[in-house]
Design a protein around this ligand. Structure first.
Ligand code: CDP
Ligand code: CDP
Length: 202
């Protein structure tokens, strides 16, 4: 049986962290769809066009070391506005969403475009400042020398671009439950989401 949990929201809201914990709890598979766009963006650094990069995307492209960098995030957000790039990635994501045994997908358009009939839809958010502080801590922990102000500007620029694009913009699905993690620890956020899913599963 398939069961799709769609988790959308702006940059660094906690989508990935919550998705991983929820997938582990229920024994579901997890797909971080941002990684697909980051990998397409990173391939354009080598001179490929965004559409070529998306159409030729292979599993090994998802394990590059540079995908979590700020530069790959910006490149991802630029290529993600191109309709042909998005459509090249739809089949893979939809097959993943409906795989046997359950799936958690996190991104921007999972509840609106990829899996509009998802059994559970969440929109995870947090204040801009808290998201920037969390992401800055994460990046400096990995050795990237970046200030909170720089991260804040990067997140805002991506969020605005992602929300303004014509194709699959960042926005909550009409039937999504909004979870604001500004004042929640990871443990609190995960517990809340698990309780919500358990209630839906009956
Ligand atoms: O996937 P997304 O970009 O939405 O966010 P993430 O990578 O899961 O989370 C961004 C950072 O915030 C990570 O370093 C998390 O550990 C941290 N975080 C947090 O401190 N408190 C939360 N309630 C959720 C995430
Ligand atoms: O982790 P963070 O939230 O910072 O970014 P991400 O989830 O890895 O996504 C990187 C970029 O990919 C976003 O800024 C979006 O432009 C794009 N993206 C998208 O358009 N649709 C998705 N389903 C996932 C990501």
């Amino acid at each position: 049986m398939s069961f799709c949990i769609a988790i959308d929201g702006p940059a660094a809201a906690g989508k990935g962290t919550i998705s991983k914990a929820v997938a582990a709890h229920f024994g579901f598979a997890h797909l971080d769809t941002g990684l697909l766009y980051r990998a397409v963006g990173a391939k354009t650094f080598e001179g490929l066009s965004p559409i070529e990069a998306a159409e030729g995307l292979a599993a090994e492209d998802l394990s590059r070391d540079d995908l979590r960098s700020g530069d790959a995030g910006q490149a991802a957000s630029r290529v993600a506005a191109i309709p042909e790039v998005r459509s090249a990635l739809v089949d893979f994501q939809q097959a993943f969403a409906r795989r046997e045994g359950g799936a958690v997908l996190d991104g921007r358009d999972i509840g609106t475009v990829i899996c509009p009939d998802a059994e559970v839809k969440l929109y995870v958010t947090a204040s801009d400042e808290v998201r920037a502080e969390r992401r800055q801590k994460e990046l400096t922990g990995k050795g990237e020398d970046v200030s909170v102000e720089e991260v804040l500007a990067d997140l805002r620029e991506r969020d605005e671009r992602d929300a303004a694009r014509a194709t699959a913009p960042l926005k909550p699905a009409e039937d999504a439950v909004v979870i604001d993690t500004t004042e929640m620890s990871i443990e609190e956020a995960v517990a809340k989401v698990i309780a919500l899913i358990e209630a839906r599963r009956g």
